[in-house]
Structure formats: structure tokens, C-alpha cells
Write a protein that binds this ligand. Structure first.
Ligand code: NAD
Length: 254
């Protein structure tokens, strides 16, 4: 178990599948966690279950004022912030259509919400860390589909696909994380990505079997497999890692 005693973490998307597991792992490791999500009720409930080292807050990553308000809240409450983890997953109601059906406006809107939102968080967090003069760490959650082309065959017979917007968003997010790391290199602001493979979440059995055939002995991952990588990245053991993307996928992308 990594020791993150006293680390002050802003966790964005805390109410989601990965976010809830990250929150628990961070609290177990000794961190203080600002649980931020557009869905306030979800993080209020999570904060109530995780206890006094947490604080729930509403945030919209597509709104710079909303991001700045959370950073100011961390200052008021904790006297600063050490780390920002972004695991939000914004999408519009038509997201997830097959390639033939994706309309231009939806493509642009989903890139704006997701990639644009992650850009805004990186920009505001990096400026915050630079202004405070003590450095800081930003961790983004990308995906294996930011580094490999889709295996469309694993979705056969299901209503699922690997959306074209996702490929554009997640590949660009890895590149932009390095861009921001380099831009703020001398300010002590580190920016890294974690790229998970598929996470088990009540998917159809046919999909799970097809997916697992391409991976090692684990196959589809549990959220805890990603949380343990996050703890490593937030620990002093990884202090030399900057501008990198860590793929966690049991070999699916090989
Ligand atoms: N689940 C997977 O299999 C998987 C695999 C690889 C990568 N990822 C990535 O991990 C991240 C988290 O995925 P998840 O499965 O936990 O998603 P999720 O949908 O379960 O949770 C995402 C959270 O983001 C919040 N959110 C949405 N729009 C927001 C906004 N504008 N501002 C603030 N919060 C907002 C939602 O309220 C939700 O609580 C995503 O970036 C996703 O692409 C997921």
C-alpha cells in the first residue's frame, strides 16, 4: 500500500465507476480528497460514506469559472492543493453511435465537452500550481483507444461500438498531457496519463469473452487495477515520471 499521508487531491469525476474506487483508494492511503463531479448528489453520498478527510463539490469541467471556484475552495479549506486527478467522462445524448451515423455537430460537441474539458482542467490547474510556486501533479485518465486502433470485432452482436470521437479525444489527451508537462516543466508541474483497458461493468457475456481472448490471464480489468497505478503515480516513488502515459490493460493492446 502506498502512503499518501496528508496529500491534498482534487478528484474530478469522483462519482463515476473509476472515480468512486479512486476515492476509496486515496482515502485508504491517507490522502485528503475533494470529491468533485457534475453530479453533486453522487459525491455527497460518497463523502458521507468515506468520512472526514473528504469534501464534496459540484464542478463542470467545461466551465473555467467552475474549475477556478473549486481550486479556490481547496485554498480556503486546506490552504492549497497538491494533485488534480481528472476521470470525468462528459458526452452528449447522441454519443456512442456507429461511425456511419456520427454527425458533424455531435463529433464537435463531444470533442468540446471531453477533450476541451480536460484541456480546461489542465490549463487552470497548471496556472494554479504555477501561481502557488510549489509545483503540483495532474493525472488524466485516457484509454488504450488513445494508443491503438479499435478491435471492432469484439463488439460484434452487441449494441456497443468504439466511438470515433473517443479515438480522437483519448489520443489527443495523451499528446496534450505531454504538451502541458513540457510547457510548465520549470514550474514543477507534472502531467501524466493512465490509459486503462476495458473495465468490467455488467457488459454482455459475448463481449467479455471476445475481449478476454485478446488479453492475458486477467482480461477485463477491475477498477482497483487502475486505482493501484494511480496510487503509485501519486506517491514519491514516481517523482521522476513526467509527461508519460501508463497503459494498464493486461496486454490487450499488444
Ligand atoms: N470504464 C471503462 O471501461 C474505461 C476504460 C478506459 C478509460 N476510461 C476512462 O476513464 C474515465 C472514467 O470512466 P468511468 O467509466 O468511470 O465513467 P463514468 O461515466 O462512470 O463516470 C464519469 C463521471 O464524470 C462525471 N462528469 C460527466 N461530465 C462531467 C463534467 N462536464 N464535469 C464534471 N464531471 C462530469 C459524471 O457525472 C460521472 O460521475 C473516462 O475518462 C473514461 O474515458 C474508462
Amino acid at each position: 500500500m502506498m502512503n499518501l499521508d496528508g496529500q491534498r487531491v482534487l478528484l474530478i469525476g469522483a462519482g463515476g465507476l473509476l472515480g468512486r474506487t479512486f476515492a476509496t483508494a486515496l482515502i485508504d492511503a491517507g490522502a485528503r480528497v475533494l470529491l468533485a463531479d457534475r453530479a453533486l448528489a453522487a459525491v455527497e453520498e460518497l463523502a458521507a460514506s468515506l468520512g472526514e478527510r473528504t469534501m464534496p463539490a459540484a464542478i463542470d469541467i467545461t466551465d473555467a469559472d467552475s474549475i477556478r471556484a473549486i481550486l479556490a475552495l481547496a485554498d480556503q479549506t486546506w490552504g492549497g492543493l497538491d494533485t488534480v486527478v481528472n476521470t470525468a467522462y462528459p458526452r452528449n445524448p447522441r454519443y456512442g453511435r456507429r461511425y456511419e451515423e456520427v454527425e458533424y455537430d455531435d463529433f464537435c460537441e463531444n470533442l468540446g465537452l471531453h477533450l476541451g474539458g480536460y484541456h480546461l482542467v489542465m490549463q487552470q490547474a497548471a496556472l494554479y500550481f504555477r501561481a502557488h510556486g510549489k509545483g503540483g501533479h495532474i493525472v488524466n485518465i485516457s484509454s488504450i483507444y488513445g494508443v491503438m486502433q479499435p478491435r471492432f470485432e469484439v463488439y460484434a452482436g452487441t449494441a456497443m461500438t468504439m466511438p470515433v470521437e473517443y479515438a480522437a479525444i483519448k489520443s489527443a489527451l495523451i499528446h496534450l498531457s505531454g504538451y502541458v508537462a513540457k510547457y510548465f516543466l520549470k514550474d514543477g508541474v507534472r502531467v501524466n496519463c493512465i490509459s486503462p483497458g476495458g473495465i468490467r461493468d455488467r457488459q454482455p457475456e459475448s463481449f467479455l469473452a471476445a475481449y478476454d481472448a485478446h488479453a492475458g490471464r486477467i482480461g477485463m480489468l477491475e477498477p482497483q487495477d487502475i486505482a493501484s497505478t494511480l496510487l503509485y503515480l501519486l506517491s514519491p516513488a514516481s517523482r521522476g515520471i513526467n509527461g508519460q502515459n501508463i497503459v494498464v490493460d493486461d496486454g490487450f493492446s499488444l
